[in-house]
Design a protein around this ligand. Structure first.
Ligand code: NDP
Length: 293
């Protein structure tokens, strides 16, 4: 069994991003600019945003954080996005989820200009992805595709089961792996909360991707011998034995599944670091599009 090391892979991609920023700066261009909007003080969101800001800093991007109270109105957020859409030093705009209930994720996603939508959540980018046209690919599936490539995992003709159908992970993942490309050419089954007898599907997966948000839902009995297992889920589970009071858990029961599969991503240190790389790659692409077009 091989552990897919997302942390190490992300370091390699970070070095490449840094080189590209150095080239831009050497020819007199500005570094890529990313604006991150953060609403409220959700602990997990704070951590994700801090990691994104740090990685931006490490590779030489300009990153700006826009903080809002939980009580901020939807129109204030939309106004901020609108200003950033017109700000020529900003290439990418993202709003960290989850949002308070009074703010519509759909309105937010659609307010970001598709050319600055480096999370790839705007319907324009999602539609272009589905039609195999150039677009910003949602960061998590983009990162997973790069892990599959890096570890030379054969996908053609394989049966891939994606558990979860969200617009940000499950759905784009299923599109990428079913495309006529390399990696790709899988036969994909999508499962969700209304799937009856989930195990009967997961047990037939050559490649199993879990993007559920339900800690350790997938047990060894649900996984085929020798399968490739990608765990997207990250949930904070209370654990008084740790300093923070919680532990991060994936959707896969790692200890038992690891003994059975051919490849597995750990949580943390698997998909998470590559999600940030996907985001920064999209931002670099947006910067190049802005600079050269
Ligand atoms: P969503 O809540 O948007 O989607 C979860 C999906 O899982 C839904 O499609 C839901 O089905 C399905 N689901 C829920 N319960 C079950 C079940 N018992 N059996 C089968 N399917 C089920 O979550 P996201 O896609 O945003 O995120 C999923 C997980 O991945 C979360 O833990 C999140 O924190 C993590 N994540 C990690 C990232 C990383 O970088 N590692 C990045 C993004 C997310 P239905 O559609 O029917 O409701």
């Amino acid at each position: 069994m091989t552990i897919i090391d997302g942390k190490q892979t992300a370091e390699e991609y970070k070095a490449l991003l840094k080189q590209e920023v150095n080239v831009l700066v050497a020819i007199g261009k500005r570094p890529p600019g990313l604006a991150i909007l953060l609403i409220g003080n959700n602990g997990a969101s704070e951590t994700y945003v801090a990691n994104k800001l740090k990685t931006c800093h490490d590779v030489g991007f300009n990153a700006s954080l826009f903080r809002f109270e939980n009580t901020v109105s939807e129109s204030e957020i939309l106004n901020c996005i609108n200003e950033l859409n017109f700000n020529s030093s900003i290439d990418g705009v993202i709003v960290q989820s989850p949002f308070p209930n009074h703010i519509s994720p759909q309105k937010i996603n659609e307010a970001i200009h598709p050319a600055k939508d480096v999370d790839g959540f705007h319907p324009m980018n999602a539609g272009r992805l589905q039609q195999n046209k150039p677009c910003y690919i949602a960061a998590t599936p983009k990162g997973i595709m790069q892990l599959i490539e890096k570890y030379k995992i054969e996908t053609q003709g394989k049966h891939c089961v994606v558990v979860g159908r969200s617009n940000i992970v499950g759905m784009p993942m299923s599109i990428l792996l079913s495309r006529n490309s390399k990696p790709g050419n899988c036969t994909v089954t999508i499962c969700h909360s209304k799937t009856v007898d989930l195990a009967s599907y997961t047990k037939r997966a050559d490649i199993l991707i879990a993007a559920i948000g339900s800690p350790e839902l997938i047990t060894a009995a649900m996984v085929k011998e020798g399968a490739v297992v990608i765990d997207v889920g990250i949930t904070r589970v209370a654990d008084q034995a740790t300093k923070s009071g919680y532990k991060l858990k994936g959707d896969i029961k790692y200890d038992e599944v690891a003994n059975k599969c051919s490849f597995i991503t750990p949580v943390p240190g698997g998909v998470g670091p590559m999600t940030i790389i996907g985001l920064l790659q999209n931002t670099l692409l947006a910067a190049k599009n802005a600079i050269y077009n």
